[in-house]
Design a protein around this ligand. Structure first.
Ligand code: NG6
Ligand code: CA
Length: 514
């Protein structure tokens, strides 16, 4: 690959001066292809962070100096997207390089089976083949085992079979059981005398439910989040036993940061990939006392400040360990923003004049731009010229882009991932030409044009309608010209039937690909 070779030659000089694991070269050595460039990769994957939830993207009422530093000195993308408007589908795409609809990926309960086929070559497996040690710390939400697992025994398949050498996980999300950490395939701190049981159908164990003891709650919740109470927060699902393994939500930033730091330190002499998957700023928002009141927006804003602090800790470590110049950081979010997502945490009443999705319509769950257009920053000190890029980017392409950089083959079941490494590193603003966006229906983006397929099958969940969430779903086709109408207000489908037909056909071709 031509670009790659050129990149290798240009970057090799800098690289060899800073990676202690690399075979030393003398000044007379000419960089050649066998001197494979292997920067470390850290993916800082924030949960539910909206397009404008960072000060570098125009947030009001909250400051994010650590992320802003990366934005100022790296590539800040204005048209970058998670593959879908919710967590499980986005993460599925990120790790497999395939759009989530190909596997009907949808938000999973906490006792779901592993969603990723363990026989395929995933992003972390590709990196393992290229000589990387791989780790995931934080939220998983891709299922574990074969479903309805025995939490008291090692659980496989899981991250290990997906391609991670190390994992320290919150198995699903903070708002659902089991509320325990897992290290590799085992629940942490579990006592065999007090076995852990989980059900999403009926009450298990003797912990009170939110519906039974609202007086015990730190914050009130909607009916779906009013089951087993752990740490004063009612959750989705029922959990019995496992008392010694219970997490404390307020400790997440320290627990996960410590594990991420440990992973980096343990692997600093070999190339590594760390998928650092934040719980922030997902519900329940229970920031540590240290961050309470740190923003003007209540717990949601404080969770943003907490998240920013964690990012600062990672960057400080990379500087201290002299790894910064040899580590590519990609910072982004798994879907757009949501204020009320089940808990009464003042996110709505304290939002002030802050607009979490900026000028875009909708947010998490939505097929409008706010659903998937998220902040994305790529930071690689000494290698990247700071730039604001309008390239159309999608997280499904991180896989092929890193494979392209390393000149390593992808698996043969990767259908959607495209190599946009030059755009990712800010060398060009030519990103994707065509891209799928996914909410409860599919949309297609072709530059300024956006076609949203009619939503004809299935029901919009009732809780979404009750929560004032703009799903963007309509029985009619929608067509928007984002160049003139960022906020997707003016449906041009009736005026431009030929474009509607063209995009409906294009969408079908992409969907039928195999
Ligand atoms: C929804 C939950 C929401 C959140 C979401 C997953 C209800 C009413 N809502 O079903 O609170 O947990 O799932 O979020 O239960 S995600 O970011 O992991 O996709
Ligand atoms: Ca999410």
């Amino acid at each position: 690959m031509k670009t790659n070779k050129l990149f290798l030659i240009l970057a090799a000089g800098l690289f060899f001066s800073c990676n202690s694991s690399t075979k030393k070269t003398t000044s007379t050595d000419e960089p050649t292809e066998q001197h494979v460039l292997k920067p470390n990769f850290i993916l800082l994957y924030v949960d539910d962070l909206g397009y404008a939830d960072l000060s570098s993207y125009g947030a009001k009422g909250v400051e994010t100096p650590n992320v802003d530093h990366m934005a100022k000195n790296g590539v800040l993308f204005t048209d970058a997207h998670s593959s879908a408007a919710t967590c499980t589908p986005s993460r599925y795409s990120l790790l497999t390089g395939n759009y989530a609809f190909r596997n009907n990926a949808a938000i999973l309960p906490g006792d779901a089976p592993l969603l990723i086929d363990t026989s395929i070559v995933t992003l972390p497996k590709m990196l393992q083949k290229a000589g990387y040690t791989t780790g995931v710390v934080g939220k998983w939400h891709l299922g574990l085992g074969y479903g309805k697992v025995d939490w008291n025994k090692p659980i496989t398949p899981g991250p290990g079979e997906v391609g991670f050498d190390y994992s320290f996980l919150l198995p699903a999300t903070g708002d659902r059981v089991p509320t325990v950490f897992m290290e590799n395939d085992t629940v942490v701190n579990l006592s065999q005398d007090d076995p852990l049981t989980v059900s999403y159908e009926h009450k298990v164990g003797n912990r009170p439910l939110g519906t039974e003891r609202p007086d015990l709650l730190k914050m009130k919740a909607d009916p779906q989040h009013s089951q087993t109470i752990v740490n004063g927060i009612s959750r989705i699902g029922y959990m019995g036993g496992g008392k010694s393994a219970e997490w404390k939500d307020e400790e997440f930033p320290f627990v996960f940061t410590e594990k991420a730091i440990q992973f980096i330190q343990d692997n600093k002499t070999t190339p590594f990939f760390l998928y650092f998957s934040f719980h922030d700023i997902h519900v329940p928002r229970a920031p540590n006392a240290r961050f309470q009141g740190a923003s003007e927006m209540g717990p949601r804003g404080d969770a943003i400040v907490q998240m920013d602090w964690v990012v600062g800790q990672i960057n400080t470590l990379l500087e201290k360990e002299d790894l910064a110049k040899n580590t590519i950081l990609i910072f982004t979010s798994d879907n757009g923003p949501v204020l009320d997502d089940g808990y009464m945490d003042k996110a709505v009443s304290m939002v002030g004049n802050h607009k979490p999705a900026g000028p875009y319509r909708g947010g998490k769950y939505s097929i409008f731009e706010g659903g998937t257009r998220v902040p994305m920053i790529v930071y690689w000190p000494g290698h990247i010229k700071p730039v604001k890029s309008s390239a159309m980017m999608n997280q499904v392409d991180i896989y092929a882009s890193l494979a392209g950089l390393l000149n390593t083959p992808m698996g043969n079941k990767v259908l959607d991932s495209e190599n946009h490494i030059d755009a990712l590193l800010g060398k060009t603003e030519n990103g994707r030409k065509i891209m799928i966006e996914e909410g409860f229906t599919l949309a297609i983006r072709d530059g300024q044009w956006k076609y949203i397929a009619p939503f004809t099958s299935g029901e919009i969940p009732a809780w979404m309608a009750n929560k004032d969430i703009e799903s963007g779903l309509q029985k009619q086709p929608q067509l928007y010209n984002l160049a003139e109408d960022k906020g997707e207000q003016k449906n041009l489908a009736d005026q431009k039937p030929e474009l509607v037909e063209q995009y409906a056909n294009k969408l079908k071709i992409i969907m039928d690909k195999s």
